[in-house]
Design a protein around this ligand. Structure first.
Ligand code: PSU
Ligand code: MN
Length: 299
């Protein structure tokens, strides 16, 4: 099964230049409402290019697993709402789905196949608060553990069970590194009250940990960067919005992959839209950190 790699990305990889892979679900209508999704996307691309790296967005386009989108692919991706998790990759390609946006897990699978080892997202999926009843644990965690890629995030999606998500990452032997912080960020908020096992202050330190991890063990490393201070939200406000949103999701019977879009929308409403600029700023910040790490990787 071939992965289509955009010529610009292929050239960068062949020359050993820095490349940052990006997922596509977060920029689609499932992740952010228009026009914030395009703003987030443009700011990520700009952050990666100005940081000296080449961006490579992953998606399923016309039934082809694609790493690096052209203009047409970007436009269609921004308007898409067909989510492709790692387990859906085979179905999406075999059945030639016109446009599937890839989750963290599916994107890591494609990035690893293309030979890209730095990846940026907003927040990873994780262990849901009711996982003891529903078993809902994102495939992102297994994918981060398995694929040899550095993932830069602002922690996990805020409405998950963050403590259990950290425990799960430990069980799967994923190194979790705080980017210039000792605490797990909670997506919209800079703090969660949960201490991280390790702190990193430089991109070269991240690369050294990743290389050593893949000599002695294997798989990915998770870098958690706090959202930028200017747009980050206070914890109590987010906590209240999340409780209300989860209650609504439960009452309306929404489960599984449908929960994220619904809850993100409700948090937006409850914070009078302030969750949106916070979300845009944090994905752009993660892209900038990832570019720095990708550059350190090649030097
Ligand atoms: N975080 C966000 N918005 C998103 C996602 C995460 O703020 O849209 C997406 C990512 O693509 C992530 C996916 O990989 O949700 C996880 O979905 P699930 O919980 O169904 O595995
Ligand atoms: Mn899930």
């Amino acid at each position: 099964m071939t992965v289509h790699i955009h010529p610009e990305v292929a050239a960068a990889l062949a020359d050993g230049r820095p490349v940052v892979a990006l997922e596509s679900t977060v920029y689609s209508l499932l992740g952010l409402p228009a026009p914030a999704n395009r703003e987030a996307f443009d700011r990520c691309i700009e952050a990666i290019r100005s940081g000296g790296a080449t961006p490579a967005v992953t998606a399923i386009v016309d039934g082809v697993a694609t790493v690096g989108l052209d203009e047409n692919g970007v436009t269609r991706m921004l308007g898409a709402d067909q989510k492709v998790a790692e387990r859906d990759l085979g179905v999406a390609v075999a059945r030639r789905w016109p446009l599937g946006v890839t989750t963290v897990a599916a994107s890591l699978a494609l990035a690893a196949r293309a030979g890209i080892n730095v990846f940026a997202t907003g927040g990873i999926g994780g262990v849901h608060r009711d996982a003891h009843l529903t078993g809902d644990v994102s495939g992102d965690l297994a994918a981060i553990a398995e694929h040899p890629v550095i993932t830069v995030c602002a922690g996990a999606k805020a409405f998950l069970d963050l403590a259990r998500t950290l425990e799960d990452l430990e069980t799967r032997r994923v190194p979790v590194l705080g980017w210039r912080t000792d605490e797990l960020p909670a997506f919209y908020t800079r703090t969660s009250g949960l201490r991280l096992p390790h702190r990193v202050d430089t991109a070269s330190d991240v690369v050294a940990v990743f290389r050593a991890h893949n000599e002695l063990s294997s798989g990915g490393v998770l870098v958690c960067a706090p959202p930028p201070e200017a747009t980050a939200l206070p914890r109590h406000e987010v906590d209240e919005a999340i409780s209300a949103a989860l209650a609504e999701a439960e009452a309306s019977g929404v489960r599984g992959a449908g929960v994220t879009p619904l809850v993100l929308g409700r948090i937006g409403a409850a914070t009078e839209g302030r969750s949106i600029p916070a979300n845009v700023a944090l994905v752009a910040n993660n892209a900038a950190v990832a570019a720095e790490i990708a550059v350190a990787f090649r030097s």
